[in-house]
Design a protein around this ligand. Structure first.
Ligand code: ADP
Ligand code: MG
Length: 268
């Protein structure tokens, strides 16, 4: 094997045998039990697994918000030691501050990172314009629809210009039509901007539609159960959008395989 540093295809993000145990008043919880995988630059990876299997924990580890109990997480080949500018995090709820305007919400992350106010506002305004929100910059979050709020959350995440974008079930608060439309938009934006993306979801169709590769986690303690490369040659040479992917002939095959892998049971 060649050394990672010398390889031109060094992973953007790499997890080596990562475990995490929470220690709480009710005792220990082994959330993740020895996870290894890597993500190359510009790749879009979806991670699926049942509720409670450690998906959010995994993203918090990659974001440097949590430290692993054992194992190593590498970003550009170097161990992650805390939050890093190269990584942006988009959460389940949009966490917009209701008393701040859309523009003020969008610059928030950049401000925290110490980007000069003028430069941050300029970039935020550029992104909001690009995402069709120019007219709403001076509005308050409550004046926007759920889909628009998620676009603001994306603009805020991208305002710091991260290389890697982590998305934790970012569409789960949206109704199903908005959800599909916004997934299309966000996948398109992330691909066009060449971001490396890691999407966590429990929605199989969303995982397949957005990703180049789907990683399935087992039940808690989460471990990598399988990985699936996703491609839609029937849809032509370009990667179809998540919406188009749903009608491609390969889609059902992936769906059925992942459904079985997830071992979905209705409890009770
Ligand atoms: P997922 O995102 O897949 O639903 P999480 O990563 O949120 O799963 O949680 C994995 C497991 O760890 C769950 O059993 C959860 O209850 C537990 N857990 C999550 N956060 C904490 C915490 N701060 N303290 C103790 N246990 C936690
Ligand atoms: Mg979660």
């Amino acid at each position: 094997m060649t050394s990672a540093a010398a390889s031109p295809r060094q992973a953007k993000v790499e997890l080596r045998n990562v475990s995490l145990r929470y220690f709480g008043r009710e005792g220990e919880t082994e959330a993740l039990g020895g996870i290894s995988f890597s993500v190359t630059e510009g790749e879009f990876v979806s991670i699926i697994g049942q509720s409670g299997c450690g998906k959010s924990t995994l993203l918090s580890l990659i974001a440097g918000i949590l430290a692993p109990t054992s194992g190593t997480i590498l970003l550009d080949g170097k161990p992650v030691r805390g939050p890093d500018r190269r990584v942006g995090y988009m959460l389940q709820q949009d966490y917009l501050f209701e008393w701040r305007t859309i523009l003020e919400n969008t610059v928030l992350g950049a401000q925290i990172q110490g980007v000069a106010a003028g430069a941050a506002r300029e970039r935020a305004a550029m992104l909001l314009t690009r995402y069709g929100l120019a007219r709403f910059m001076d509005h308050l979050p409550r004046q926007l629809s759920g889909g628009m709020r998620q676009r603001v959350a994306l603009a805020r995440t991208l305002c710091t210009d991260p290389d890697v974008v982590l998305l934790d079930e970012p569409f789960s608060a949206l109704d199903s039509q908005t959800r599909i439309a916004i997934a299309d938009e966000i996948a398109d934006i992330l691909r066009r901007e060449g971001k490396t993306a890691i999407l966590v979801t429990h929605d199989i169709a969303e995982a397949i539609g957005m990703a180049d590769r789907v990683i399935v986690l087992s039940r808690r303690p989460g471990q990598v159960k399988s990985m699936h490369q996703v491609a839609f040659p029937s849809a032509g040479p370009a990667r179809p959008s998540p919406m188009q992917a749903r009608t491609a002939s390969e889609f059902n095959g992936y769906f059925n395989r992942l459904w079985q892998e997830l071992e979905v049971h209705v409890e009770g």
